[in-house]
Design a protein around this ligand. Structure first.
Ligand SMILES: [Zn+2]
Length: 191
């Protein structure tokens, strides 16, 4: 039986299957192009997997150890569907309102993650009250959440620290770190 040229239509499913078969392995763009059947559209298909299917395919924008043109899928578990129906405008609004900062751990978009130095912080939009519990897609029920918190990897920080606890932490910190906190606060409040 002669091998037929795979139809372009199936490129996305082939890419999906390839990522799932290669969980945890860094895949180069050339390989993805080949899997997609040589179509120049492979990059768009990968964006669809990320955007429409919520596949957490990582790139150099997410991980410091990845180079441009390298892709990595670590978990077969996609981003929850509930977080995918939110418009670009609402996402932008919520991210801006939250200062591009994870509302659980304080990590800032694009910066190295405070709890995992190998990762750059990537923000998602999360529901404050889960949709399954009747929470809405309105901006008031949405917040910026980093991928580490989204995966539940930093659940030690699920609650915001209270003022008393926070001050104790700052008082115990080194002078150098206290000064860094001061600089950060001045920058934030324009003092
Ligand atoms: Zn976080």
């Amino acid at each position: 039986m002669a091998a037929a040229v795979p139809p372009i239509k199936g490129a996305r499913s082939r890419l999906r299957a390839h990522f799932l078969q290669n969980l945890g392995r860094v895949i180069h763009a050339d390989e993805l192009r080949e899997v997609a059947g040589g179509t120049s559209e492979w990059a768009r298909r990968v964006r669809e997997l990320r955007g429409e299917e919520g596949s957490l395919i990582l790139t150099h924008n997410d991980r410091a150890e990845l180079k441009p043109g390298q892709y990595l899928l670590e978990s077969a578990k996609p981003q929850p569907a509930s977080a995918r129906g939110i418009s670009k405008e609402t996402r932008a609004f919520v991210l801006d309102r939250n200062g591009f900062t994870c509302q659980m751990c304080g990590a800032v978009a694009g910066e190295v993650h405070p709890f995992d130095a190998s990762r750059k912080t990537r923000l998602h939009i999360g529901h404050i009250i889960d949709k399954s519990l009747g929470g809405s897609d309105e901006p008031a029920n949405l917040r910026a959440i980093c991928s580490v918190c989204n995966e539940g990897a930093s659940n030690i920080t699920l609650q915001r620290p209270g003022l008393a606890k926070l001050l104790v932490q700052v008082r115990r910190a080194t002078t150098l770190d206290q000064r860094a906190v001061l600089v950060w606060l001045q920058k934030k409040f324009g003092a």
